[in-house]
Design a protein around this ligand. Structure first.
Ligand code: HEC
Length: 151
């Protein structure tokens, strides 16, 4: 059996073991419940205004490269990923958190980076290996910001 198939089987049989396997790649341990990570990373409190900065900044999240958000007055907005307008109505904080920290576990073939992983990242420069693309505070700020994006 290929390792990926073995891991998938393990997830079905022993969900806690699967959680652990996914956890090993993240910058700090999390508890995955269904398709969500309900607890804030490292217990941090997010700030929506800072989250907007992370979302738009080329130096940190740069989420606009692939996503549109109607509330932002930004010149260039990408369309590789689905629009995130109204995302706060569609997903709760825990679901948004999980999608940001480890999109590649949720959608194995996605082009969206896993922002809180420390390995298995695609297309990262050598200098960034070992460090997640976003830290716990930046992820929580993003979650707080996206939760405010309701229709
Ligand atoms: C390289 C392109 C790319 C970047 C950069 C990117 N995403 Fe994504 N994102 C995607 C794609 C593509 C999907 C859809 C998942 C799939 O099927 O691959 C997605 C899905 C999502 C979803 C789920 C949307 C839904 O309607 O279910 C959220 C939330 C999200 N992204 C947030 C973010 C945030 C926040 C950032 C910045 C930190 C970001 N994304 C950066 C490509 C990207």
């Amino acid at each position: 059996m290929k390792p990926a198939a073995a891991a998938a089987l393990l997830c079905l049989l022993v969900p806690s073991a699967c959680n652990q396997a996914s956890n090993d790649r993240l910058a700090s341990p999390v508890t995955i419940v269904g398709d969500a990570v309900p607890a804030p990373l490292e217990g941090r409190q997010g700030d929506a205004q800072r989250g907007q900065q992370v979302f738009t900044s080329r130096d940190s999240g740069h989420c606009l490269l692939c996503h549109q958000l109607a509330s932002l007055d930004a010149e260039f907005q990408g369309n590789v990923g689905p629009p995130l307008t109204g995302i706060g109505d569609r997903l709760d904080a825990g679901q948004i958190r999980y999608r940001i920290i480890d999109a590649q576990t949720i959608w194995p073939d996605t082009v969206m980076p896993s922002y809180y992983r420390t390995d298995g990242l695609r297309q990262v420069g050598e200098a960034y290996k070992g460090a997640p693309a976003l830290n716990a505070q930046e992820v929580e700020d993003l979650v707080a910001f996206l939760e405010t994006q309701t229709d």
